[in-house]
Write a protein that binds this ligand. Structure first.
Ligand code: ASP
Length: 341
């Protein structure tokens, strides 16, 4: 009997010692979960100090900060990640600076056809609209598709009719006219006249997106865009495609992308990042880098992503010269544009 106690004592002592010295015990400790976190992008592309005036740069930084303010307010007051993503994106859709909503680029036919999507990390519910021309804030319509319809994606006229039924604000074509985007279309067309193959403008992207973690530990992601200048034939990009331009899953991560959409669709970029994080047990930064800085670069797909894991860690890799981006967490805020910014 005495011997028995001896063995039990030995077993307990060894188990406790193993817990204390086990190196995996310390390395597997996750960084403490944040109360909330929010990250945003306003598009990636050939953005450099040389081609952005000081005044323009200040404008971009101001609106990016306003977008962060809007989402932060929702998160601080206990609102959901989905609501924070929507409110953040609305600020950027309402600005002429970004290629979404008000500042959407022009199609070959001189129209503004917009795409948007939103996804909840809780249960993978998602909503998206594609090729809409009359909806002032396409992200609102995407959210309505998610919450008020049995579908995930609605396009064109049908999506517009649905948004009217949902009492979502509409706008006339003139609302979406900006001289800068019009001039960009003319420039792109004249360049294309000298080439035999029709090309979209893949040098500048201005799509907007947000990912958020709320105080209940839920993730969400959303993306909104006018697509690519000079696009034709009702082309739809990656932004409204769940798994390509947008993805959110509480058990892995939330991603919003910007870049040459065809590549992001073909390589299911947003989902690929979350899948790598989940299955390979690597960090968010490693997963996002593998896809954006290795795979996409090998394949020739330019662009970037903002991503966030369930602990509120953020990774924002891009393989272009710049990406309008920012984040806010308790006690930390940053807005940047260039590579070494
Ligand atoms: N990804 C968008 C698209 O291909 C473009 C962008 O990011 O600006 O439609």
């Amino acid at each position: 009997m005495k011997n028995h106690y001896h063995y039990i004592f030995l077993f307990v002592t060894l188990t406790l010692a193993a817990c204390v010295i086990n190196p995996y015990e310390t390395t597997s400790v996750q960084s403490p979960k944040l109360d909330y976190a929010l990250a945003i992008h306003g598009g990636a592309g050939t953005i450099s100090r040389e081609n952005l005036s000081a005044e323009n740069e200040a404008d971009y930084r101001r609106v990016l900060n306003q977008a962060l303010d809007a989402g932060q307010q929702v998160l601080v007051s206990g609102g959901s990640a989905v609501e924070a993503v929507q409110q953040t994106i609305i600020v950027m859709e309402n600005s002429p600076l970004f290629n979404a909503g008000k500042g959407a680029v022009f199609t070959h036919d001189g129209r503004n056809e917009m795409d948007a999507s939103i996804m909840s990390g809780i249960d993978q519910t998602a909503g998206a609209v594609g090729g809409v021309t009359t909806i002032k804030n396409p992200i609102k319509a995407a959210r309505a598709v998610m919450e008020q319809s049995p579908h995930v994606m609605l396009v064109g006229k049908g999506a517009e009719i649905f948004s009217i039924e949902q009492q979502i604000e509409q706008a006339e074509p003139e609302y979406f006219f900006t001289q800068r985007r019009w001039d960009a279309l003319q420039k792109n067309k004249s360049r294309n006249n000298q080439q035999s193959l029709h090309k979209v403008d893949d040098s500048k992207f201005g799509t907007v997106g947000a990912v958020a973690l709320d105080q209940n530990g839920n993730l969400a992601a959303g993306t909104s865009t006018g697509g690519m200048t000079n696009k034709r034939w009702s082309r739809i990009g990656d932004s409204p495609v769940i798994g390509a331009g947008t993805y959110a899953d509480n058990s892995s991560c939330a991603v919003s992308a910007t870049g040459h959409g065809e590549y992001f669709i073909r390589y299911a970029v947003a989902h690929d990042i979350c899948a790598r994080l989940h299955y390979k047990k690597i960090t968010l930064q490693e997963a996002a880098d593998e896809v954006v800085m290795q795979k996409l670069v090998e394949k020739g797909g330019s662009g970037g992503v903002i991503s966030m894991d369930a602990q509120g860690n953020i990774a924002m890799p891009f393989n272009t010269s710049g990406m309008y981006r920012g984040y806010v967490k308790p006690g930390a805020r940053n807005v940047s544009i260039y590579k070494n910014d």
